[in-house]
Design a protein around this ligand. Structure first.
Ligand code: MLT
Length: 323
């Protein structure tokens, strides 16, 4: 009898959340976890998402930066949060697809513990070096790095972050093992590079673009097969003969598995509306993003992308890590 009562109560609770409670969503402030330090690509993207939801859902969406361990600390917290739509995650290729390759005991399953809301943006990565680094293009970089690898410090946002993954592909293609220095995000990496403590990093283009333009750091290559309209003078890795350095991570919105469908639908619809706005598209384009076409928006497209990027990149990363 007790068992039957408990089962009935559980059904009522789920029905409650799928019913009027979910219809009222959002009735209070929502936290968006950004699993990296403030000021970097993940944070900038998460704040664009917060602004879209604020405007389209009539509630406060507040970003909380929970950095550490390549974004997995914040992502783990989001995975275990109540599945009620009041904690959501602005994650990316690393946290929500590839992290499992780097942590034997991650504490969450990127594919099983989250529901997708939608893709926000994709940005190609840049190889950026300190201003006085003795190389001005990828060829010179490779020659210098091969002879001086043991002296070089590479900054990244933790094991499994996209800055880590980008430079893993680069370093393994060149065949070097420099010193890897973890930070909680690439905004602090950039600060350390400006201070001369870090020699190079691989970061989505928006992270360093303004310092590249100001001449405070040098960009040697875009890790893609087409140039970025935001930095048209920077040649691609393909043009410079290193196509293995190819990394354009996605950023997307996720909620814990079990979040009621009406909440997922509301968030997905709001994100889609925001991504259709001219002002949002301009802001993303100015940051060097590839704008997400309507056919690639929404929960299913992001779930498919997580799956296909995991299948495509996990073997490549494994091979790169074993080199
Ligand atoms: C950041 O936003 O700090 C980084 O781009 C995150 C990362 O490298 O994955």
């Amino acid at each position: 009898m007790a068992k039957q009562l408990m089962a009935a109560a559980a059904v009522l609770m789920i029905a409650g959340m799928n019913g009027p409670q979910a219809q009222d969503y959002p009735a209070r402030t929502v936290t968006i976890i950004v699993p990296f330090a403030a000021g970097g690509p993940a944070d900038i993207t998460g704040r664009i998402v917060a602004d879209i939801f604020n405007r389209h859902l009539g509630q406060k969406f507040v970003v909380e930066n929970v950095g550490g361990a390549g974004g997995t600390i914040g992502t783990l917290r989001a995975a275990h949060a109540a599945a009620d739509g009041y904690t959501i995650l602005s994650g990316h290729l690393g946290t929500n697809a590839l992290a499992s390759a780097f942590y034997p005991d991650l504490g969450y399953d990127p594919q099983k513990d989250f529901e997708s809301i939608g893709l926000t943006a994709e940005y190609p990565e840049l190889l950026v070096v300190r201003k006085d680094f003795p190389a001005n293009n990828l060829k010179e970089f490779v020659a210098y790095a091969k002879s001086n690898a043991s002296k070089l410090n590479v900054g990244h946002a933790g094991l499994g972050s996209v800055s880590y993954i980008g430079c893993l592909l680069l370093n393994s293609a060149i065949g070097i093992k420099p010193t890897l220095v973890p930070f909680t995000g690439t905004a602090p990496v950039l600060a350390a590079m400006l201070g001369g403590q870090i020699d190079y990093e691989c970061d989505p283009v928006l992270g360093t673009m303004s310092q590249v333009r100001a001449g405070a750091v040098k960009a040697l290559a875009i890790a893609a097969n087409k140039r970025s309209p935001m930095l048209p003078d920077v040649p691609t890795s393909y043009e410079q003969g290193l196509p293995e350095f190819d990394c354009a991570p996605f950023y997307g919105v996720f909620v814990p598995r079990g979040t009621p469908q009406p909440v997922i639908d509301k968030l997905a619809e709001a994100l889609n509306k925001g991504l259709s706005e001219e002002q949002v598209q301009k802001r993303l384009a100015d940051l060097g993003a590839d704008i997400v076409e309507p056919s690639r928006r929404g929960p299913k497209a992001l779930t498919d992308l997580v799956r296909s990027e995991s299948a495509r990149l996990l073997p490549i990363l494994k091979a790169a890590a074993e080199k």
